[in-house]
Structure formats: structure tokens, C-alpha cells
Design a protein around this ligand. Structure first.
Ligand code: F6R
Length: 610
């Protein structure tokens, strides 16, 4: 999704703004632009280019902007209008006095545009954003902040905005409603950005702007106002993660680095959340007695987080005997949600900014349900909408394809399910103790699997040119199959489908021939034999099988073309271990094909619009 950076201070703004944009590249974008107020004459200058940020840098090298200590920049992920120079941000008003960058969607832009055009405003782009600049112009009578506040009252939809005005060459205005925006507080300089990595090497002091707030930044001050234009007090937080955590640190890709971080992330969660044999979920915001009263749970999430949620259902129903529905937030938000105050909603999101997940949570909250968020990003919108938050603290995830955030979500779901099992007195102490013991071994198992990364790359190579893949799993590993297929398709662009193996005969088996790759997740389990039968059916039709199997299972070689082994663990924990070879397999195929692993085409890291 779009990325915003802004600067007001004492240094030349252009290099800082460009560096910030580069740190936001992971969000996904198709054009970029920059605008500054020139220090010499207070004139606004802009430069925009379709394509990668390098194209903007090349343009700036040919025609540099004037020195300036105030500016805004933007990377655009097209929603309204094609990725082109004209549609790239920033956007001007008619007088070229007001300059705007925007992330989000102005839902009533057509109505506003018609009205403004009737008043004589001339539009140069197809974007929804441009109306914001013209609307501010319409309200402007010499008071920049007042004009912005009046304009914001007319906007419907979601926005994070960075705004400049030629008449106020020392002021940067920022506003947010439903799209992320933070303020970085420096020494005689201040920043705005869509996400912390953009400013991390400049300052670790941040203000998480809340919905409906407008901030006025000068080099030596930040003032924040609410929707009613009243000044509000602000909290300056210190970001915990390091500059190195948002760098590749010698890895070829962020995705590879993040896969390698998983043993430590999981170990960290277990260290913080397990004390002896007890699961400690500080931040849950609900007592055991309250937890026991819920007669129904819904897990809402999108994409990979939704797949984590599916596993959560298996675990919670098994450990606690509570019915759990897992819902794709984009569907759930528009359905009749049968929730009330006896319903617990568990919202899972890496970014905490996914528009559909947020909307679903708001709907359920309005009906009296309690909300627990499992989230990675501290202070994100979801965490503010929730009664309790279980932070995964996996550190910044820069690769668009989620890896460490997923296994961190799974780990947290195991712990939450154990807690619920305890509260509902379904799980015995001995079972809990045993599972916790097995969970503690998972980081070491991950390190073991990482040792076979070259072998997995070798196995992957001949499959890279297959036209389509099927991922099959059963029971608790059905979500693993869905996630494996998603990982492969999103970074290699090979069509891949995840299926419950038992459903194969009801349709997908028609796909099988010698040109299809089938990944079968077949660890030792109660339903192992069933999986083997499915594999035989695939082999009989000449399908090529990569099996994910338990170390020591020599027999599986008779039923598959290739085998990737995972260490032996409790059957219920196999989805955690299966996740890593599936990630490595997708990664290796994408690398063989020369794909842009960290920034796959058309994708955005955090989906802040519907
Ligand atoms: C896939 C992926 C996405 C996200 C989805 C939800 O690798 O990362 O499917 O899982 O967009 O994002 P969050 O977790 O930020 O709500």
C-alpha cells in the first residue's frame, strides 16, 4: 500500500525523504514522488516518476530540486487511475499553493470532485487524492490548519495525509483516519511516516497518531488536535527494535532473513509467555472467569493470518471444547454476524492495519463482543480497537510474504488454546505439561530444518517450471496446505491450490498428470495412512510428489518423488514444523525463477484499503 514520509527541520529534506521511501518499499508500490518548499523562495517544487524509486532518484539526479528543509514524499499503490506520472503523488490544488500526499481511499471523491469542478477547479489526475488539495484550497483563507480541518470534515473513507502550504514554509500538517501514520520526534526536526522503519535510523521517539487526529509539525514542535479541533496531549513512545532489524544483514532477501529469525522469535514468545508449566498471557485483558463465560469464539483475519486462525480453531476446539468459527474478515464484515456479549472475537493481524480485519472487529464490538488481538505491530489500529492484545513481538517483517509473523501467530494460538483448555478444565495438567515441553523443543527443531535449506533448494529446482501445484494436508495440516499454496503462488506466480486431501477425489484429482507438482504434508499422525492412500492415487496418475514427512519415515520414499523431513514432534505441533519447509520451498522456486521475492508484483505488505 502507499507509503508516506515527510520532514521539517534543519537538514536538506530530499535525501531524507528518499531514504524514508526506500525503507517503505516493502509495502508495495508502482510509482513515487516528492515535493518540497524551496528554502530560497518558498516555492513548491515536485518530482514524480512511475516505476521503482530508482526511477525517481535518476530523475532527481538529472533535475535536482532546490535545497529545502520541508518536504513530503510518497510511494503509490494504484487504486484510482493507472500507475502514471500524472497519478503519482504529491498532488497540487489549482493555485499550486497546497500540496498533498495520501494513503487510503476517499470514498466520496466523485461527489466532491463534481462540486469542485462546478466551482471551476481543474483536475490533472484520475486520483481520489487530488480532491483533498482542491478542497483545502476551497476552504483556505490564510489559515492553513483551519482550512485542513474544514476539509477533513467533508471527507468520507480512510486517509493518512501529509500536507504542505506555500504560505507556511515552516509547517507540515499530518492527519489520519483509518490509515496508519506515525510522527518521528527528532532534535530540531520532525518526521512523518507510514511505518516506523522509514524513520528508525533518524529517531526512535515516535507518536502514534490516533484516528481523527491532525498534527501540526514544525522543526521544534508537534501539536496534535482532535476532530473537534481541540489540542490534545500526546504520548511519545520509544521504539524497541533496532536499525539492524530492518536491514538484510547479509541475507539475499528479507524473506530469507525472516525465515532464519523464526527459532529466536518462537523461543522469545515461549520465554515471555510460559512460566514453568503455566501459560501467562498478560495483556489479554480478561480474567479466567471472563474467559470461561464465552460460549462461542470467532477468529477473524485475512490471508496468512486467516490460515493461522484455521489452525487456532482445531486447537481451541480440541483443547477447550468451545465452538470456534474462522472467518475471512472481508466476508464476515458484510455478513449477519451472530455475535453478542458471550462471543469472543480473536482478530489476527501482523500489521494491525488490515482494513477488512479492522472493519469486522468494529462491527462485532458494536454488538457487544469482546475482542482479543494477536498482533505484531505495537500501537497499530487493531490494538487500539481491542480489549486485550497478545503481541507476537516478532520484529519488523519486511518481506511481503509473511513467514515469521505466521509462525509467531501459530505459537501464540497454541498458548491461547492451552490457556482456554485450562480455563475450561478440558486439558489435564499432564497433557498441558507434555505439550509445553514439546513446544519448548520447537526452536531447536526449526534450526535443524534450516540446515536442510540447500537440499530443499535442490529439490525445488526441477519443480520451478511446473505449470501448477496442489498442496494437500489433512486435519490439523489442512491449514498448512492452504498456507503452503499461498506462499508459492504469491512469490513465484505459479498457480497453486491448497486442499484438504480427503476432498481431492471430489474434483482436484482431475488436475493430476506428470506436469503437476503435488506437495503432500504427511507427518506421522493418526491419519497418516489416509494421506498415504491419497499419495498412491496421485502416483497412479503420474503426479510428482514432494512429501513433508517425519524424520525416520523411510517408507514414504516409496510413495513420493522427493521427501523433505521435519523432526519428530507431537502430532498437534506438526503444523508449526511444516510451515518452514513450505516457506523454503516457495522461496527456492521463486529464486530459481528470478522473481522479486521480497516485493512480489501487485502485492502490498499491509492492505489498508478494502
Ligand atoms: C501473505 C500475507 C498476507 C497477509 C494479509 C493479512 O504472505 O502476508 O496474506 O497475511 O494481507 O495481513 P495482516 O496480517 O497484516 O492483517
Amino acid at each position: 500500500m502507499c507509503g508516506i514520509t515527510g520532514y521539517v527541520g534543519h537538514r536538506n529534506a530530499v535525501p531524507l525523504l528518499l531514504a524514508g521511501l526506500e525503507k517503505l518499499e516493502y509495502r508495495g508500490y508502482d510509482s513515487s514522488g516528492i515535493g518540497i518548499v524551496a528554502s530560497a523562495n518558498a516555492k513548491i517544487e515536485i518530482s514524480k516518476a512511475p516505476g521503482k524509486i530508482k526511477a525517481l532518484k535518476d530523475l532527481l539526479a538529472l533535475s535536482p530540486l532546490s535545497p529545502s528543509t520541508l518536504g513530503i514524499s510518497h510511494s503509490r499503490w494504484a487504486t484510482h487511475g493507472a500507475p502514471s506520472k500524472a497519478n503519482a503523488h504529491p498532488h497540487f490544488d489549482c493555485t499550486q499553493k497546497i500540496l498533498v500526499v495520501h494513503n487510503g481511499i476517499i470514498e466520496n471523491y466523485e461527489e466532491l470532485k463534481d462540486r469542485l469542478m462546478q466551482k471551476g477547479h481543474k483536475f490533472l489526475s484520475q486520483t481520489d487524492t487530488e480532491v483533498v488539495a482542491h478542497l483545502i484550497e476551497e476552504h483556505y483563507q490564510g489559515d492553513f490548519l483551519a482550512a485542513v480541518q474544514k476539509a477533513l470534515k467533508e471527507l468520507k473513507g480512510s486517509f493518512a495525509l501529509g500536507i504542505l502550504c506555500r504560505d507556511d514554509p515552516d509547517t507540515l500538517i499530518a492527519a489520519r483516519l483509518g490509515s496508519p501514520l506515525i510522527i518521528g520526534v527528532g532534535k530540531n526536526e520532525n518526521f512523518i511516516a507510514s511505518d516506523v522503519p522509514a524513520i528508525l535510523d533518524q529517531t526512535k521517539k515516535v507518536i502514534y497518531l490516533k484516528d481523527g487526529e491532525v498534527a501540526v509539525l514544525k522543526s521544534d514542535s508537534v501539536a496534535v488536535y482532535n476532530l473537534a479541533s481541540k489540542k490534545v496531549s500526546v504520548k511519545v513512545d520509544t521504539v524497541k527494535f533496532s536499525v539492524e532489524s530492518v536491514q538484510k544483514q547479509g541475507f539475499a532477501h528479507f524473506m530469507l532473513k525472516e525465515m532464519h529469525e523464526q527459532p529466536d522469535v518462537i523461543a522469545q514468545i515461549l520465554k515471555a509467555r510460559v512460566c514453568g508449566d503455566q501459560v501467562v498471557l498478560d495483556g489479554l485483558g480478561l480474567s479466567d472467569a471472563q474467559l470461561k463465560k464465552f460460549n462461542r469464539i470467532f477468529i477473524v483475519a485475512c490471508g496468512t493470518a486467516y490460515h493461522a486462525g484455521l489452525l487456532g480453531k482445531y486447537l481451541m476446539e480440541k483443547f477447550a471444547h468451545v465452538p470456534v468459527g474462522v472467518e475471512a474478515a472481508s466476508e464476515f464484515r458484510y455478513r449477519e454476524q451472530l455475535v453478542d456479549k458471550k462471543t469472543l472475537i480473536i482478530a489476527i493481524s501482523q500489521s494491525g492495519e488490515t482494513a477488512d480485519t479492522l472493519a469486522a472487529v468494529k462491527e462485532c464490538r458494536a454488538k457487544g463482543a469482546k475482542i482479543i488481538a494477536i498482533c505484531n505491530v505495537v500501537g497499530s489500529s487493531l490494538t487500539r480497537e481491542s480489549d486485550g492484545v497478545l503481541y507476537t513481538h516478532a520484529g519488523p517483517e519486511i518481506g511481503v510474504a509473511s513467514t515469521k509473523a505466521y509462525t509467531a501467530q501459530l505459537t501464540m494460538l497454541y498458548l491461547l488454546a492451552l490457556k482456554l483448555g485450562n480455563v475450561h478444565a478440558v486439558l489435564s495438567k499432564a497433557e498441558q505439561r507434555f505439550l509445553i515441553g514439546e513446544l519448548r523443543k520447537i526452536p531447536e527443531h526449526f534450526r535443524e530444518i534450516l540446515k536442510s535449506k540447500s537440499l530443499i533448494a535442490k529439490i525445488a529446482k526441477p519443480y520451478a517450471h511446473f505449470g501448477c501445484f496442489l498442496f494437500l494436508g489433512r486435519n490439523i495440516n489442512y491449514p498448512s496446505a492452504l498456507e503452503g499454496a499461498l506462499k508459492l503462488k504469491e512469490i513465484s506466480y505459479i498457480p497453486a491450490e491448497g486442499y484438504a486431501a480427503g476432498e481431492m477425489k471430489h474434483g482436484p484429482i482431475a488436475l493430476i498428470d506428470e506436469y503437476r507438482g503435488v506437495v503432500c504434508i504427511a507427518p506421522q499422525s493418526d491419519i497418516y495412512e489416509k494421506m498415504i492412500s491419497n499419495m498412491q492415487e496421485i502416483r497412479a496418475r503420474k503426479g510428482k510428489i514432494i512429501a513433508i514427512a517425519t524424520a525416520g519415515d523411510e517408507g514414504i520414499k516409496n510413495h513420493s518423488t522427493d521427501v523433505i523431513y521435519i523432526p519428530k514432534t507431537h502430532e498437534l505441533l506438526t503444523p508449526l514444523l511444516a510451515a518452514l519447509p513450505l516457506q523454503l520451498l516457495a522461496y527456492s522456486v521463486a529464486v530459481h525463477l528470478g522473481c522479486d521475492v521480497d516485493q512480489p508484483r501487485n502485492l502490498a505488505k499491509s492492505v489498508t484499503v478494502e
